[in-house]
Ligand binder design. Sequence first.
Ligand code: GRG
Length: 298
Amino acid sequence: MTDLAAALAASAEKVNARLDALLAPVDGDEGRVIEAMRYGTLQGGKRLRPFLVLQAAGLFGVPEARALDVGCALEMIHSYSLVHDDLPAMDDDDLRRGQPTCHRKFDEATAILAGDGLQARAFEVLAGDTVHPNPLVRCQLVAALAEAAGAPGMVGGQMVDLMAEHRDPATIDIPHITRLQQLKTGRLFEYACVAGAILGEAPEADRQAMIAYARDMGLAFQIADDLLDVEGDEATVGKGVGKDAAAGKATFVSLLGIEEARREADRLAEQAVGQLAAYDARADLLRAVARYMVTRQS
Ligand code: GRG
């Protein structure tokens, strides 16, 4: 096992245990929504975003327990986005992480409430004093996550994605896809990294370095995701276009082709590593994770 694989596994174990505690089951009718929130969150997942929070926070001397709660709050937002993205009104998916999607396991109304509940719980955790003794720091963390997850970020990106269905396909070019993905998936990665700097009350230059690193790494992640989609499609269906492209959506791969997309993902991963030039060996796992984003198999 590489150092990164071991560190990812150790971090995921801590994140899973803390998420389990933060989403404790309750009795009564409302227990069903908690059960669905737990289902949407605790059924696997790589826990990349909390790992990034922990690693970025480590650069700025932040105690791990604080970073862990921020990472768990972020993972709740990520999980809510997946539960809602799978709904019939969005992607209408039956499987997530190899298991029935939340609305298939429960029902549509419960899955909507589970996503809503996860979002609210995330902000409740962030506002709690286990995260940081200084309420101004907690306020900054809350405001930054609201921006990353909301209309200026992930939700806005999802809207741009939905609107693309009504656009002339010829107008969907690389700048359009880049912006869409920076909002839809990139902003949560940016939050993961800048949250470490906010927790450490680091200077603005560090915050910008964390954002620049995450921006390049997040795009590399997304291109790799498109490549995995095509490779999975080649393996299982033999069409070799990927689920999104087969559904008529433009992707980095459909616009650039497989080889060029792979080169661009590698270039962005190295650019992400370059953004960490000012940091010592404590940033080595962040460097490794940028390279892992483009070599991962799931
Ligand atoms: C519904 C508000 C709302 C937003 C949905 C992020 C998003 C917006 C939808 C996810 C759709 C999707 C599958 C995008 C591909 C990239 C991505 C975010 C993959 C899932 O992230 P991983 O690989 O997943 O970190 P795990 O399962 O490891 O947590």
